[in-house]
Design a protein around this ligand. Structure first.
Ligand SMILES: Cc1cc2nc3c(=O)[nH]c(=O)nc-3n(C[C@H](O)[C@H](O)[C@H](O)COP(=O)(O)OP(=O)(O)OC[C@H]3O[C@@H](n4cnc5c(N)ncnc54)[C@H](O)[C@@H]3O)c2cc1C
Length: 185
């Protein structure tokens, strides 16, 4: 069983996977890589003058893999609550289990509806600032949890926020992913 299963491989899911795998959790990311970010020519991501969405995603996937996150090209058809946490049921009928599950499926909200998550008037899933939902161990982030006010950097930020919340629970104290420049550089 993984520590965290993430469903959705857009900027939100990839960002959560990066923070979690970089900090030692066992992460499985399931997605079909059909994010609209592939259409974007990105001029509004702080610190990056210009990049295509496809290149941003390519580098993001590499970062996740470098830290040991497992990226699997797979469609998820249902979510199930288990004794230990959550299971994502794939279209090949496999159950991928994790103690936590992060839902980041963009504007596709059928999986969220399938487990009865509350939604706002615009159809977005109701969550907390950390991405927590009312269901234990279940987070919902990025476009799935937001209405029309969405950008790549917001989804990536949501992924980071959910990851830090999980890492804070796991480590038992407030967790920051702060790296520093080595002395002399
Ligand atoms: C034409 C266009 C141009 C844009 N340009 C910009 C821009 O210049 N700058 C900017 O900041 N933003 C831009 N955006 C917005 C940007 O694309 C979104 O903010 C961003 O993609 C949201 O990320 P997300 O991870 O929340 O969701 P998504 O990117 O939608 O990712 C969801 C992922 O989940 C996967 N998925 C869904 N359901 C399942 C399932 N059942 N099983 C497995 N996987 C599943 C999808 O395949 C997808 O890969 C643009 C959007 C469009 C449409």
């Amino acid at each position: 069983m993984a520590d965290v299963v993430i469903v959705g491989d857009g900027p939100a899911g990839l960002s959560a996977a990066l923070f979690l795998s970089k900090n030692g959790l066992d992460v499985v990311l399931l997605g079909c890589d059909e994010t609209p970010a592939h259409l974007a020519l990105v001029n509004n991501y702080l610190g990056i003058p210009q990049i295509t969405g496809t290149e941003l995603l390519r580098v993001g996937r590499q970062q996740v893999a470098r830290f040991g996150g497992k990226l699997r090209h797979q469609t998820v058809t249902a979510l199930e609550q288990t004794d230990a946490g959550w299971a994502a049921v794939t279209d090949t009928n496999e159950k991928v289990e994790g103690r936590y599950l992060i839902l980041a499926t963009g504007t596709k909200r059928d999986l969220a509806a399938g487990i009865g998550l509350a939604t706002a008037e615009d159809g977005s899933v109701v969550n907390e600032r950390t991405g927590r939902t009312a269901l234990p161990g279940l987070y919902c982030i990025g476009w799935t949890a937001r209405g029309h006010q969405i950008e790549l950097v917001i989804s990536a930020g949501d992924g980071a926020a959910a990851a830090l919340d999980i890492l804070t629970i796991e480590k038992g104290k407030p967790f920051h992913d702060f790296d520093v420049v080595p002395k002399g550089e």
